[in-house]
Design a protein around this ligand. Sequence first.
Ligand code: SAH
Length: 350
Amino acid sequence: MLNDKIKNLIENLKQGKKLSLQDFTYILENYSKDDFDYIKDTAQKLAIEKFGKKIYFRGIIEFSNICKNDCIYCGIRRSNDNVDRYRLTKDEILECCQEGYEFGYRTFVLQSGEDGHFTDEVMVDVVKSIREKFPDCAITLSIGERSRESYQKLFYAGANRFLLRHEAANKELYEKIHPAVQKWEERFRCLKDLKEIGYQVGAGMMVGVPHQSLENLAEDLVFIQDFRPHMVGIGPFIPHKDTPYRDEKAGSIEVSLLCLSLVRIMLPNVLLPSTTALGSLGGDGRQQGVLHGCNVVMPNLSPMSVRKKYLLYDNKSGVDLDAKTSIETLRKQMEDIGYEVIVTRGDFKE
Ligand code: SAH
């Protein structure tokens, strides 16, 4: 049985009307199996209307697991002494890009901890080198909080997109899952600067991180609705054995999928990855993401030698697959559900 109120809210969202915090909370707290399926179908149809049954793929290069931050949930947090720390050289990063290019990747996502070695000078040099060698590719950075000047320099150097999940729109929640020196205000300052500079910007959050209520998640959806990021990353929280959250439950896949669908409906053109975390909780999470409105997947392009060292959570999928096998596996997974993986930059279009 469809809940009439939820059906109406989804209809409004689809027509571009904004939902309130109460509306999103109502959906998250009251949806039934039928409502869930209805929301999924709506999101899936919209994604197909906008992108066809085509999935963009981005190669993610995890170039350093050294981090000055201490996010309570994250496996590579500074306080975790069990991490074997590494950083790749510029040449190693370029080799990953080269390998990826040959397999058809046209977007490189450079992700890392907040590693002080990568000053503006060093990072600008990396970005410029990729830009020169791969002029037809998009460069996405996911390297955390920096000054506006720094973001500006990296943009001039040739970076096009930036992923910086907002993590929690609710300030109290943000403060519970981060140490006091990591400021909620600063996270949002960064997102605003990135957008103003002209990056295609990605925000997002984990579902089911400790202390998070459904109302908190609704606040995240309201933030996304107002900020209108070009990309949104949402995946379940998964505990890591060497963090204070080791004994916490993983977030719900179902609620993650529901949030992804709601984002697709509120921002029909958004670039929405079916995240690694979704695929890591076992089963067909990544395929489910696509069926719930996602249109991007991000296989790992990091060198095999470092894959097992970049673990934000336990049981991360894909760490044993080389670049060729990951893309083939992915292609097959997508074909199995009637989708096709396509070679293109896949920029955000209004
Ligand atoms: N240092 C960069 C990259 C962070 S890692 C930055 O600050 O943006 C990318 C994302 O992984 C994080 O934004 C977080 O939302 C997610 N993540 C971290 N730990 C996780 C965990 N235990 N379970 C699920 N996702 C996690």
